[in-house]
Design a protein around this ligand. Sequence first.
Ligand SMILES: [Zn+2]
Ligand SMILES: [Zn+2]
Length: 426
Amino acid sequence: MAKPKFQTPTGMHDILPHNQPYYDKIYETVKKISSFYDFEKIDTPILEDFNLFVRSVGENTDIVEKEMFTLKTKGKDLLALRPEGTAPIMRSYIENGFVSLPQPVRLWYFGPFFRYEKPQAGRFRQFNQLGIEIIGEKDAIVDAQSILVMYSILQEIGLKDLVVKINSIGDEKCRPIYRKDLMKYLREKKNSLCSDCQKRMKTNPLRVLDCKNEKCQQVLVEAPQSVDYLCEECKKHLKDVLEYLDELKIPYCLESKLVRGLDYYTRTVFEIESTREESCGVVLAGGGRYDNLAKVLGGEEVSACGAAAGIERIVSEMKESKVKMPFSSVPEVFFTQIGPLAKKKSLPILEELRKSGFEVGESFGKDGLKAQLGKASRLGVKAVLILGQKEALNDMILIRNMQTSKQVEVSQKDIVKELKQILKEK
Ligand SMILES: [Zn+2]
Ligand SMILES: [Zn+2]
């Protein structure tokens, strides 16, 4: 088959009708669980000031260096298609004076994000993300709650084999000492690092820990670990988070190399991974604490914690682990019509049935009764309405009970009453 002239842009995809039930299920689950935990929904614009992400995510991150879609407006503003959700939400929190509301402010979101990634399986340039943020609380219980909410969402969606990987990267008090020691260690091993890491070690050494290159991984086996450098407060915070997870019986393991690469994280960082044999290690959600972000963006100091998950990855995990999906609703009633007058009178009758709460199928494009009845029996409906020329003239209609094959003629004004009766009969 010849390629069609127009296709979706590289790394972007249609969400086709047969995939929509997965998105609906995820959306409904996030909505239900986050509303139980008192989260309110927020939508921020797709486009934001380019510098919002440079300041928050960090200049020396892959997102800002390589992955942002940017555009200049006619008014010469430099904007970016949002690559992530936390910075825009903190921008909104500051801009709308949410700091004067009762704290913490709990928000959730669901929508498209954009990153100029190398095209590869499972990576999209336009992808969807869901996320939660708890802003205005420094207690470790909200770190545990962020993990709990994300974990519960994934479980409720139907993904059962999950583990939380967790680490603490300290705060402005203890992280600089760790950073210095890590840099010193990396400098000694510089020649064994990949070229990306040789650059990263100067600007953002923690990101070297993220490198998937095997040579780098080997170098890192003996690298200093952030948990050994935590100050008393950070140590206590991590201990508290882990104790909450113990109480919740959420399976977790400490992962000393987990840093999550974005500049705004402090203390807790975590990821939720699949432990299913075929997809073991696939990251389904991630998040952490970001106590400095508000200040970096020009607001007051506000403690916060949150998490996000990529929806495309969840959908593919749902499919692979054969999550049962609800069947799409099948109509109980099918409407058929014969002749031009009947056809004209069809739409108002269908409207009346819709308003009375019936699910009704039809096949208006086909005028032959046989073809229409064929579709009705394929759908397995319980009753068929037949509006012929004679019935249309007399304001009558035929109702055929498909289980008993009995057929009655009723007045059009009694359709609803009669149909309800027939659908009740077994
Ligand atoms: Zn590397
Ligand atoms: Zn600390």
